[in-house]
Design a protein around this ligand. Structure first.
Ligand code: UGA
Ligand code: MN
Length: 376
């Protein structure tokens, strides 16, 4: 207050103070009086032309901000891609391998196709190591790791080879048009590519499960979902305002959803909160494609995941043309938490100073970290 009063007495607009970064100057030991005078002089020293230029710059920036924000609010979402999405299957192994030998698994058990979208960042290898090692404890899983990228990362390939799980390694980048969205639909192109793969190669008796790379899972959940006939659901912990997202169950049937972000969704579930029977998925897809062909109606819904942030789960389940009454309730009537959206904290990817460490272990250590995508 004292500062302000002093400045007012020198007839100095508060904005001048901000513009000249007076605080910094004061920290450097200049007196307030000196600084107030300097600011005052600076503003008075501007000629008419300079003042007009400044007004145009500030006014122009304001108009630009208002226009772009209005456009963002009122523009319609880009919808479905207009060009075919890029997809590449880098490698696929259909058997479990341990110590260089094929492990015979119980073929009467339905295969669970676990789809994990991922993207390059310092945490990626840590996330996939944790999830992948959990999956080695589960019989009959096929892990589909789908990278949001044009190419498959070598360190991810190494993890997959080492784990010995049946796996498929896919690369499918998000089309550029969606990256420009205010809310980016994360992990959609890569999940869609995985959907295509399971529809082509997945067994009809199998189960499809979307498990993002930032989740933690109790392996008991896999035995719950393995018996899915159409679509099954359970609670997911550490989601949104309620710390959980769960179906509301009455007399063994889903009647509603308990979720902190309804957003007009028919199925208010998290990606990790449901599984789908592959036979059911394929038959729904076939039915819808038949209708589409007969009506020559390209807009008829296909079984797919929409590029709409926050509505991926709902859009996908709706595209299966199913009802709430089709949902099978798991995890002891949706009373147990067997999966969490843990969300690993973001870490900066630094460029490190290594001048002093050219002859010790730090050189090799940081080379390895670079290979894992942890640093630049
Ligand atoms: C949450 C849900 O967990 C997602 O399933 C859902 O798609 C998303 O909300 C949404 O509603 O948009 P969220 O935690 O917000 O996801 O996002 P992330 O965990 O950052 O991303 C979801 C998955 O997509 C992760 O497996 C992540 O590795 C992957 N991802 C993320 C990409 O493949 N590309 C990206 O650019 C970002
Ligand atoms: Mn997440």
């Amino acid at each position: 207050q004292k500062t302000l009063n002093q400045c007012r007495s020198y007839n100095i607009c508060f904005h001048h103070l901000l513009l000249l970064n007076i605080k910094q100057s004061l920290r450097e030991g200049n007196s307030l009086l000196q600084e107030c005078n300097r600011a005052h002089e600076w503003f008075r020293g501007m000629n008419r032309r300079q003042r007009i230029v400044m007004a145009v710059i500030i006014g122009g920036s304001l108009i630009y901000i208002i226009l772009t924000q209005t456009l963002l609010v009122f523009s319609s979402p880009p919808g479905e891609p207009t060009e075919p999405e890029f997809r590449k299957t880098c490698s696929s192994v259909l058997q479990k391998i341990s110590k260089n030998k094929v492990v015979e698994e119980d073929k009467s058990l339905p295969v669970i196709y676990v789809v994990t979208p991922t993207y390059r960042r310092p945490e990626m290898v840590a996330e996939l190591t944790r999830l992948g090692q959990t999956l080695t404890m589960v019989p009959r899983v096929h892990w589909i790791v789908a990278e949001d990228s044009n190419t498959c990362t070598a360190s991810v390939q190494n993890i997959l080879e080492r784990l010995g799980l049946p796996y498929t390694h896919i690369a499918s980048p998000m089309p550029e048009v969606y990256r420009k969205e205010r809310y980016v639909p994360r992990g959609v192109s890569n999940r869609r590519a995985s959907l295509e793969w399971v529809r082509e190669y997945g067994e009809d008796t199998g189960i499809l499960y979307f498990l993002d790379d930032d989740n933690a899972i109790d392996i008991r959940l896999f035995e719950e979902m393995r018996t899915t006939k159409k679509v099954s659901m359970w609670p997911v912990g550490l989601i949104g305002e309620y710390t959980v997202s769960s179906p509301v169950v009455k007399d063994g049937k889903v009647v509603a959803f308990y979720d902190g972000w309804p957003a007009g969704r028919k199925f208010q579930v998290d990606m990790a909160g449901f599984a789908v029977n592959m036979g059911f998925l394929k038959s729904q897809a076939a039915k819808q494609e038949k209708v589409q062909a007969a009506k020559q109606d390209k807009k008829h819904p296909k079984v797919t995941m929409p590029y709409i942030a926050g509505h991926e789960e709902d859009g996908f389940l709706k595209s299966l043309n199913m009802g709430i009454s089709d949902i099978e309730v798991k995890a002891e009537g949706c009373t147990q938490i067997l999966v969490w959206h843990t969300q690993t904290i973001w870490n900066p990817s630094h460029a490190l100073w290594l001048d002093k460490h050219q002859t010790d272990n730090i050189k090799k250590l940081t080379d390895n970290m670079r290979h894992l995508g942890m640093i630049k």
